[in-house]
Design a protein around this ligand. Structure first.
Ligand SMILES: [Ca+2]
Ligand SMILES: [Ca+2]
Length: 658
């Protein structure tokens, strides 16, 4: 029996013998025993089609799934409702009455296992290069499948959607506007990383109600009272982020991800000499941490700073050109006034594409051990750059040009028009494209069935691999989903929220209605993101995370900066200045005093709210205690056996018992 939920499109189309033998070599690796460096997976092929190349459906046996689940320390809920690591020897404990063994693991977990096993097909000492390609050198311990993807021998690998499962919660999720999201089902289907994103988004949206109400009030009070709103906002941002951290720790505990560390299972593309792992004692690639650090601080960091500086210069250049045209005052110059902004937008767009490639390349080169570390360092690089792109021009308008009307317009445009456009480009356009491509597939299949006699049974490779029957629904599913866009990471979705958060918080004293527009957008955002994941994108690989990673810090930075910007804006505000007659120096002193007071307040709140809720701390301590006790118990039993054996050999059976 085969649990089939994985597809790999292999680009080694028909052709030379060399290519055929390479394909056979890779497939053998996938099927081979673990002891021979293989993945022990099951492979089925699709009927051969010249246009599409070789398509394989990859799965594993039931036994393999369970063994791998134990090895990967997958957390399951046992009969008593406790979350713990799954072990085959205690299989019965994890099966509630009436549950079949096959249903124990979710499709997301099975796909994760297959991905893990594929990634861990690593080169043996004798594998010097990919068979038939002497230039594609391998070193011991390198992930073979990754190299095949990088060298474009394998076109793509992706998990298939489980339409039955998706039907159960999909509509409820993206069609209701205000209902709670089915977070647990999202986690089981899409994995922890995506579930956490949606939890964060809904938590943030709910929290926005407070600044929205305050924003409304701010419209009706006189300007002298604005500093109070400033204080409220600071308290709100800090409490919001601290409470979120607690909430995320709670979720991480429930999902069993709270114990993840940088010493966990290495990611597929982690390179290094094979050696005994200090923690698990298993054979794993090893790479000294200092080398990664050296690469990060000696090359990556200067490069990132250089790019940020370049983006900053472009921003200044845009304002300079605009001012220059305005100063000219001729009718032609008036008409050209929007050119610098447009050119700047295009330049930023293009630079961004290349910068992302650079950031990915650098992070890969730094060779981080775990997926979370890799994600975190990539996000940090990207956020720093996006920060310059999105916010520096606002700082420039607010504090250099001191033009609060322009600032207000800019904020309103971003929060109303830009967000609406984003939602259309994010889910509606891809949906239209999807419908169009699906139509073209239908036409194609009609087309190809005409010639099917000629094309399909022309297969000379992989004769020993079982074949799916031509009318198997999985073939159609695989082809449909192949055409869909790939959802790589949650980065772009977090970035959208992050930029919005910056717009709402940094200049909230200028534009109090910002939070309202943010709420309206987010209510739609949750549903459109849900819709896009269920219907528009390929199913992403499920990823484990214990928190929102680098984003927590990034949001905190905005929180701290918002204190400085809002205090600064208050002290610059002409209406506010009119109501108090102070000298310039006194204004500066007031700014410094207010800002220091608020930063202090922020720190106080940070200390007062503990990172983990009490019950999580107790539960973690209890778990720790229990595992220590279990170990002690085991040790005692062993000691008793050793002692009994010793006495038996020295004094005979009788004296050992007495
Ligand atoms: Ca959006
Ligand atoms: Ca989004």
């Amino acid at each position: 029996m085969i649990e089939n939920n994985f597809v790999c499109f292999n680009k080694l189309n028909k052709g030379t013998c060399r290519r055929n033998s390479t394909l056979e070599w890779i497939v053998d690796k996938i099927r081979d025993q673990r002891s021979n460096g293989g993945g022990e997976l099951l492979v089925l092929k699709q009927p051969y089609n010249e246009k599409k190349g070789v398509v394989l459906h990859i799965s594993a046996s039931k036994i393999k799934f369970l063994e791998a689940a134990e090895e990967m320390e997958i957390i399951k809920c046992d009969k008593s409702g406790q979350q713990r690591e799954f072990t085959v020897s205690n299989l019965e404990d994890f099966l509630p009455d009436g549950m079949h063994v096959d249903d124990l693991l979710t499709t997301a977990e099975k796909q994760k296992i297959i991905q893990h096993e594929l990634e861990n097909i690593r080169a043996l000492p004798e594998d010097k290069h990919i068979l038939g390609y002497p230039n594609y050198t391998l070193y011991e311990g390198q992930s073979i499948i990754y190299l095949c993807i990088i060298q474009k021998l394998i076109k793509t690998i992706y998990p298939l959607h489980d339409n039955e499962e998706l039907k159960k919660f999909g509509k409820k999720w993206y069609l209701t506007l205000f209902g709670a999201q089915p977070i647990e089902q999202i986690r089981l289907y899409f994995g922890e990383a995506i579930a956490l994103y949606f939890s964060f988004l809904s938590f943030y949206t709910t929290a926005l109600i407070i600044p929205t109400v305050l924003g409304f009030l701010q419209l009706f009070v006189s300007k002298e009272n604005v500093p109070f709103f400033c204080i409220f906002n600071v308290v709100w941002v800090t409490v919001f982020l601290e409470v979120w951290r607690r909430r995320s720790n709670e979720l991480a505990y429930k999902w069993g991800t709270i114990g993840m560390t940088s010493l966990d299972e290495p990611r597929g593309n982690f390179r290094g000499h094979m050696g005994i792992d200090a923690v698990s004692g298993k054979l794993r690639p090893q790479y000294p941490r200092w080398k990664t650090n050296a690469k990060m601080y000696l090359l990556s960091l200067p490069l990132v700073v250089l790019c940020m500086a370049a983006a900053f210069v472009f921003m200044l250049l845009q304002f300079y050109c605009e001012d220059y045209l305005r100063a000219l005052g001729t009718p032609l110059a008036q008409q050209l006034l929007s050119v610098p902004t447009t050119v700047y937008a295009i330049v930023v767009y293009i630079i961004n594409i290349y910068y992302r490639k650079l950031a990915t390349y650098l992070t890969e080169w730094e060779n981080h051990r775990t997926q979370s570390q890799y994600d975190r360092h990539r996000v940090v690089k990207l956020v720093l750059f996006e920060f310059v792109n999105n916010f520096t021009s606002l700082f420039y308008i607010a504090f250099v040009k001191q033009d609060l009307d322009v600032l207000k317009n800019q904020l309103a445009t971003m929060l109303i028009i830009q967000q609406a456009i984003n939602n259309v480009t994010e889910s509606i356009i891809p949906l239209v494209l999807k419908v169009l491509t699906l139509r073209s597939i239908k036409l194609n299949t009609v087309d190809s069935t005409k010639h099917s006699e000629k094309i399909v049974y022309n297969d000379k490779v992989l004769t020993h691999i079982p074949e799916l029957s031509i009318d198997d629904s999985r073939i159609q599913d695989a082809e449909k989903e192949y055409k869909l866009e790939v959802y790589e990471t949650t980065f772009d979705d977090y970035l959208e929220i992050y930029v919005q958060f910056g717009y709402v918080m940094l200049f909230s004293s200028v534009y109090p209605l910002a939070a309202l527009w943010a709420i309206i957008n987010n209510i739609l955002e949750i549903r459109s993101d849900a819709f896009k994941l269920c219907l528009v994108y390929q199913r992403p690989f499920s990823r484990k995370v214990k928190d929102i990673g680098a984003w927590q810090k990034a949001f905190e930075v905005i929180g701290a900066l918002s204190i400085i910007t809002n205090c600064g804006l208050l002290c610059l505000n002409p209406q506010f200045r009119k109501s108090y007659y102070l000298e310039e120096v006194e204004w500066i002193l007031m700014f410094v005093a207010l800002e220091h007071f608020l930063l202090g307040l922020r720190y106080l709140i940070h200390i007062m709210i503990p990172e983990k809720p009490e019950w999580v701390r107790i539960a973690l301590a209890k778990k720790n205690h229990e595992s220590k006790q279990a170990l002690k118990h085991e040790q005692m039993q062993q000691n008793r056996r050793i002692l009994a054996r010793k006495f038996k050999t020295v004094h005979g059976k009788q004296s050992a018992l007495s």
